[in-house]
Design a binder for this molecule. Structure first.
Ligand SMILES: Nc1ncnc2c1ncn2[C@@H]1O[C@H](COP(=O)(O)OP(=O)(O)OP(=O)(O)O)[C@@H](O)[C@H]1O
Ligand SMILES: [Mg+2]
Length: 237
């Protein structure tokens, strides 16, 4: 069986700086993929290149057997590869209902709008209570729920989450972790970047440690590793 997403020998960067140095990874074959690693080593750059926000310099990106390297972000999204970026990128004056409707705008998502809205409300019941409330009045955790909910409205075949719990208080963070687990159990494969390795171990079947723009180590499906071993890999001793 081939993977839904195959990244091979990928190089990318900004201006004269190369961030990814021949990175190879796969996702969407055995459950979820977790990415972790020190700050500034290229996790976000990898996700942005996969979703077409940044052009690859070399290497290959295949999604569902098609070469998508260098395609526009819109075209890639239209294939069902949906990316929730790090930090919140919502328009502050839109209501929750508006954001979710925008998520369903792509032609492939429109026929599933009602069913996906029900799913979002099931996973994030809080959003239903604040349906007409504007983004600017929501807490950080609620905004993250709207971002992920909007991505679900886009009918993802593969969902990419970049640090979904970053900066959140413990209680709301637990709520989001449970929601992410529920999304996965609902059948959407995920690629998740997280600093919380405990959560990543629980969620993912396949983990990659990204260091200096390369995969330093991978933990393959079926291979068990405890939190302590991961931390020593992380800190390199
Ligand atoms: N828009 C940009 N222009 C120039 N350099 C950038 C840009 N975005 C990121 N970088 C640089 O690229 C490198 C990798 O950054 P990236 O955001 O991919 O790391 P990361 O692993 O996601 O880090 P974090 O854990 O902090 O989110 C860093 O050195 C960063 O300074
Ligand atoms: Mg990042």
């Amino acid at each position: 069986m081939s993977a839904l997403l195959e990244v091979e020998d990928l190089t990318a960067g900004y201006g004269r700086v190369t961030v990814l140095h021949g990175l190879t990874m796969r996702a969407g074959i055995h459950g979820n993929v977790g990415l972790f690693g020190p700050n500034g080593h290229g996790k976000t750059t990898l996700l942005r290149t996969i979703s077409g926000l940044l052009r690859p310099r070399s290497g290959r990106i295949r999604f569902d057997g098609q070469d998508i390297g260098g395609q526009s972000a819109r075209a890639i999204m239209g294939r069902g590869l949906i990316h929730v970026p790090q930090g919140n990128r919502l328009f502050p004056d839109l209501s929750i209902a508006d954001c979710l409707a925008l998520g369903a705008y792509a032609p492939h998502a429109r026929p599933h709008e009602a069913e996906n809205r029900e799913k979002v409300v099931r996973i994030f019941p809080k959003l239903a209570e604040r349906w007409r409330q504007r983004v600017r009045t929501l807490s950080g955790g609620e905004r993250q729920m709207v971002s992920i909910g909007t991505a679900l409205m886009s009918h993802p075949r593969l969902l990419i989450l970049d640090e979904p719990t970053l900066g959140l208080a413990p209680k709301i963070k637990d709520e989001l972790c449970a929601a992410v687990m529920a999304i996965s159990q609902g059948g959407v494969p995920l690629i998740v970047v997280e600093q919380d390795v405990e959560f990543l171990l629980e969620l993912s079947q396949h983990l990659y440690l990204v260091n200096h723009g390369e995969v330093a180590t991978e933990i393959k499906p079926g291979q068990t590793m405890d939190h302590g071993e991961i931390m020593s890999m992380y800190f390199g001793h």
